[in-house]
Structure formats: structure tokens, C-alpha cells
Design a protein. Structure first.
Length: 614
């Protein structure tokens, strides 16, 4: 594998805060690198340095000549008033492609991203579809290296699976290598073959492990155990050497000078190892339960909710008891947050009521909710006031804690207490909300996307805390790892008003796929016009400009693809190929891909015919 990028001794600091020092690694063709680390370790900054958007304080990034690199930022910037097609075409301005090739590339990517209408303005897209569009833009120029900062943010589970498919070979001219920052542990497991963690806990500032995320976890645990053992051994050595140094000058004079130097070196090494071991600090999350033993805390009987003529869910029954672990699954906008709002307001003076059905709540049930929109945070107040609204202390589990001690539980430094909340990162704001939840004893926890912006160490602690919480939990998250670990029952939404219970998310996905196949198998006249998940109905009876261009060329493309299959089939029986196992395997792999492309083109032709004649 060829080396296409090299990061050599890169360091970066902001003021007095050192993000990372002397980071070195290489990127080879075929590498799938996951970059992780606690919030504030400099992951996003390192990606910007790799992409040439920021300069390092020292070290350098060397990229092979003519290698195309594409960068996907956390925040997307589009012209909201222009169509998605026009936004992508602008990204190709100045490229080597002619106009026809640009149109083909844009439409091909939009088709693979499952956009229903290429003429919709970007301003009408939901956050998940904007993220899909940003990913398409990063892939337009067929980069050899794709650099992605939190690509799964705002994507629902289907969107994440779509991205995994694209990265796993869904594009014939996809990137040769990628580097991605993500806190989605399942995504890292599926899409990475090397993990690099930035952290002050390591002597070199990072730990690099070849393998998947699960391999990294094992290697990391082994390293931390060994480093803890090193601290114990060094402590014993330093204690003996310190006792020797404290003896009188005459005793020391009889010893070689190197031993004095060695004693001081051991003390310094012990100090460094201790500092690294203490750098493993994590958020201390522990939800406070009321201890209520009531069998039914909340019961929803036949509740339904919709907006206008669009149903979100119908005839839904829910029983929340102590120990309930319920996860909500569905596309963005399918009604998960609406259901959470109904449950959260069950004891409110102004409840958000369902259209039909009943809610029964036990007396004095304490319901605590986490809102993904974070509307409870005033960006103008200081961190001190956000953590301790009523003074310089908080009461937690019956004990009084000073705000400084309380802040340290959530990895905030004392010098941050006067910082306005609006200047804190998304991860820090999420920790504020979790801190406020912990102060309130709860019978029912309603958590709507609590994992957004949390780093992996915080996710691990959140996970353990939820497993230990004795009350009822309702959880909305796209983190499949967290769903697998925490929830024992899942409620799946299909986006059309139907809901059902599942044992795990794979069952829900299989049912959605089967339902999608059933819809495609229906005669055009049987299909009802339905709303797409990006909020725009698919047009019938008239092809868009881009669809019409594709329709005009699709027979030609099918002919070319079939000729390629025929050529490969002839090559397979040639003596020089039959006698060479390597050539035969390569030819067979190409033939399979070519046949899949023919099937895809025929499927797309049927789809376009249906749209044209529908």
C-alpha cells in the first residue's frame, strides 16, 4: 500500500492550552482511520491541519502530489435559497469536469443519497438531509482522501447505515482512504480499520491501534493497566531512592554520582506517569432516583397524534414501570420527540395532549426530561450560574456541594466558571444539562438525544449510569451501541402513523426494508402519494430536469454496461486467465460488479419510467 499522506511531529496550542504535541502517523491507500479522544483534545483542529485549513505550531503534513483531499466539516454552509443541484454544481466550479460530466456526477450522487427531488431548495431540508447533502458535496470530486468531522451528526439510523454503505463500497470511484472523527462507537466499529486516540494519558500524546474499535478498546485497557503497574513499581523505587537521598552527606558521598542523578530522574518519571494516569478523568454521571416502588408509573392507552392530515402515531399503548428501558426508533420527523413531549408534560399544568387516548400517571411521579434542542440553557448566563442557579452550591443526593466541586464532576475547570454558556462547546453544554438532570430526583427519565456532542469517555459513563438507574427510562438516540447496551425494548415508528415494539433495532430495519419492497412491487395506480422524509413530496407524472437527463441517457448506459459484462465473460474463459488464480479472481470480482451495475441501471430505468408515467 502506497503512502499518500504523512503527518510528522505535529503540535498545536491555543494560548496556554496545549491541544496535542508531536503527533505522527501515515495514511496509506486503503486506510480507514477513526480519530477519537475526549472533548478538547484537538481532534477537529488536527483534521483542519491535515486538510490545510490551519497551520500547526510545529511539524508538518506532507501529501503526495496531485492527491485530491476533501474535507467534511461539522457545520455545513449552503445557499439555502438555491436548489440542492445548484449548490452541488457550485462546488464543482473550476474542476476539470465539463458541464455534462458535472451534471452527471451531481445527479448520480443525489440518486445514491436517495433525494426525491433535486430541485428542492436547501432551506427546506431537515438537518439529516442537509448532512446527506454535505456528504455528497465532499464526494463530488472523487477524492483520494476523505477527511470527515462527525459525519453521523444529525443523521438518523437509516442515514448512518446509508453512509456506512457508501463508505463500504457504494461508490465505484469512492475515496482510497479516509480519516474520520466520530463518537458513534458502532459506526467506528464498522468503518475503521485503525483507531488513533488523542489523549494526555499517553506518553506520545496518542495511541494508535491497527484493527477495529473493539480491538482498540482491548489494547487501550491493556496499556492503561500496564501504565498503572509502572506507577506502582516507580513509586516503590522512588521511595527507596528518596530514603537513600535523605541519609547524611557522608553516606551519599560514598555513592556514585550517577545514582543521585538516577534518583532525580525516577522522581521526574514518576511525576509524569502519575500525571498521565490522572488524565483519565471522566464525567461523574449518576442519576438520582426517588426510590418509588409503584408498579405503574405512567400508562398511555390508545394515544394518537398527528399534524394536519399527517399521522405520527396511532393507538399507541405504553406502560412505564421501575426498570423499564424503552428506546424510540424512527426517521427524523416521524414523531419520537412529539411522543417524548407528551410524556414529559403528563404532570404539567399545561399538558401537551394527544389527539385521542388517555394518559394515567401515578401520584406525585417525578418526570425529568432532556431536550435535544437545549432550550433550557440561557447562553448569556455564566457557567457558575448554569450549574448552581441558587447560590454557590448545589444539593445532590441529600449532600451540599460547592459549585467548584460540582463543576469538577463534569470536567469543568474552576477558571471556566465565569465563562458565558454561549461560548462553551456543544459537548460542554450537554454536560451542563446532564448536571442539572442529576440534581433532580426522578421516577421517569426522558432523554431525547442525550449523546449529541458527548465524547466517548462521557458516553461510557452515561451508559453505566443509565444501566444502574432503578426508575423508568425512555431514550431517543441514533447511537446503536447505546441502544444495544441499555434498552431491552424498542418502539419503532414507520413515519406513516404505525408503531410497533421490537426486541432490537435490526428487526425494525428489516421490517422497513420489506415494507419498502412491498411498495415498489405495487402497480403504479395502487401507490398513494406520500410525503418523503425530507418534507417534500416526490413528483409524479413529470420528471425533473436532472431526472429527464438521466432518462434520456439510461438506455445508452445500460448498453455500455451489458457490453462490459459480455467482455468480462469472454475474458474469464481465456487460457491465460483460467491458468492464473490471481487474474481469475480479479476478473470474477470485476464481472460481479459489472453485473450489479446492470441490475442497478435496469432498476433505475423502471423507477424513472414509473415517475414519468405515474
Amino acid at each position: 500500500m502506497s503512502n499518500i499522506l504523512s503527518c510528522q511531529g505535529v503540535s498545536k496550542a491555543f494560548g496556554a492550552q496545549q491541544l496535542f504535541s508531536h503527533i505522527s502517523f501515515t495514511v496509506n491507500s486503503g486506510d480507514r482511520i477513526g480519530l477519537i479522544g475526549p472533548n478538547g483534545s484537538g481532534k477537529s483542529t488536527l483534521l483542519k491541519i491535515i486538510s490545510g485549513l490551519e497551520e500547526p505550531d510545529s511539524g508538518q503534513v506532507v501529501c503526495q502530489k496531485h492527491v485530491r483531499l476533501s474535507y467534511l466539516a461539522q457545520m455545513d454552509i449552503f445557499d439555502d435559497g438555491a436548489s440542492i443541484t445548484d449548490n452541488l454544481l457550485r462546488a464543482l466550479e473550476g474542476s476539470e469536469y465539463d458541464h455534462a460530466e458535472r451534471l452527471h456526477r451531481v445527479h448520480s450522487l443525489l440518486s445514491r443519497a436517495e433525494f426525491a427531488d433535486s430541485e428542492i431548495t436547501v432551506g427546506k431540508l431537515s438537518g439529516g438531509w442537509r448532512k446527506r447533502l454535505a456528504i455528497c458535496r465532499s464526494l463530488l470530486a472523487s477524492p483520494e482522501i476523505l477527511v470527515m468531522d462527525e459525519p453521523t451528526n444529525h443523521l438518523d439510523i437509516e442515514g448512518i447505515l446509508w453512509l456506512e454503505k457508501i463508505l463500504g463500497g457504494g461508490l465505484s470511484d469512492g475515496p482510497q482512504a479516509w480519516i474520520l472523527v466520530s463518537h458513534d462507537r458502532r459506526f467506528l466499529e464498522n468503518c475503521s480499520t485503525r483507531i488513533i486516540e488523542l489523549s494526555q494519558v499517553y506518553p506520545e500524546g496518542s495511541l494508535q491501534v491497527d484493527g477495529r474499535y473493539s480491538d482498540f478498546i482491548e489494547a487501550r485497557e491493556t496499556f492503561l493497566e500496564q501504565q498503572a503497574e509502572v506507577e506502582v513499581r516507580l513509586s516503590n523505587k522512588v521511595r527507596r531512592e528518596t530514603e537513600w537521598l535523605r541519609r547524611g552527606p557522608k553516606a551519599r558521598a560514598t555513592k556514585a554520582k550517577y545514582r543521585i542523578d538516577e534518583a532525580h530522574r525516577l522522581q521526574q518519571e514518576l511525576s509524569q506517569v502519575k500525571s498521565r494516569n490522572r488524565a483519565t478523568g471522566s464525567v461523574q454521571i449518576d442519576f438520582d432516583a426517588t426510590g418509588r416502588k409503584t408498579k405503574k408509573l405512567l400508562e398511555a392507552i390508545g394515544i394518537s397524534k398527528g399534524f394536519g392530515d399527517r399521522p405520527l402515531f396511532r393507538e399507541l399503548d405504553i406502560v412505564l414501570s421501575p426498570g423499564t428501558r424503552l428506546g424510540l426508533l424512527g426517521r427524523n420527523g416521524c414523531g419520537k420527540s412529539t411522543l417524548m413531549r407528551i410524556l414529559a408534560s403528563a404532570h404539567s399544568e399545561e399538558p401537551f395532549t394527544p389527539d385521542s387516548g388517555d394518559l394515567k400517571v401515578a401520584d406525585n411521579v417525578q418526570i425529568v426530561s432532556f431536550d435535544q434542542k437545549r432550550e433550557d440553557i440561557d447562553p448569556a448566563i455564566t457557567l457558575r450560574r448554569a450549574l448552581a442557579p441558587d447560590g454557590d452550591g448545589v444539593v445532590y443526593q441529600g449532600r451540599s456541594l460547592h459549585v467548584v466541586s460540582w463543576a469538577k464532576k463534569f470536567l469543568f475547570r474552576p477558571d471556566q466558571l465565569e465563562t458565558p454558556v454561549g461560548q462553551l462547546s456543544g459537548g460542554e453544554q450537554a454536560r451542563i444539562l446532564l448536571a442539572n438532570l442529576m440534581r433532580r430526583p426522578a421516577d421517569i427519565l426522558l432523554l431525547d438525544e442525550p449523546t449529541n456532542d458527548l465524547d466517548i469517555p462521557s458516553l461510557d459513563v452515561l451508559e453505566e449510569s443509565l444501566l444502574e438507574f432503578p426508575g423508568a427510562l425512555v431514550l431517543v438516540t441514533h447511537d446503536r451501541f447505546l441502544l444495544d447496551r441499555v434498552c431491552d425494548r424498542l418502539l419503532g415508528f414507520d413515519g406513516e402513523g404505525s408503531v410497533a415494539y421490537y426486541a432490537e433495532y435490526g428487526q425494525w430495519l428489516e421490517e422497513l426494508v420489506e415494507k419498502g419492497k412491498g411498495e415498489r412491487d405495487k402497480e403504479p395506480g395502487e401507490k398513494k402519494k406520500k410525503q418523503e422524509s425530507n418534507g417534500v413530496p416526490k413528483k409524479k407524472g413529470k420528471l425533473s430536469y436532472m431526472d429527464q437527463r438521466e432518462y434520456d441517457r439510461i438506455e445508452e448506459l445500460i448498453l455500455e454496461a451489458e457490453m462490459r459484462v459480455e467482455g468480462l465473460q469472454k475474458r474469464m474463459v481465456q487460457p491465460e486467465v483460467v491458468s492464473d488464480p490471481a487474474q481469475a479472481a480479479e476478473c470474477w470480482e470485476e464481472l460481479e460488479k459489472a453485473q450489479e451495475e446492470v441490475e442497478r441501471l435496469y432498476s433505475r430505468w423502471d423507477e424513472l419510467e414509473e415517475m414519468k408515467n405515474g
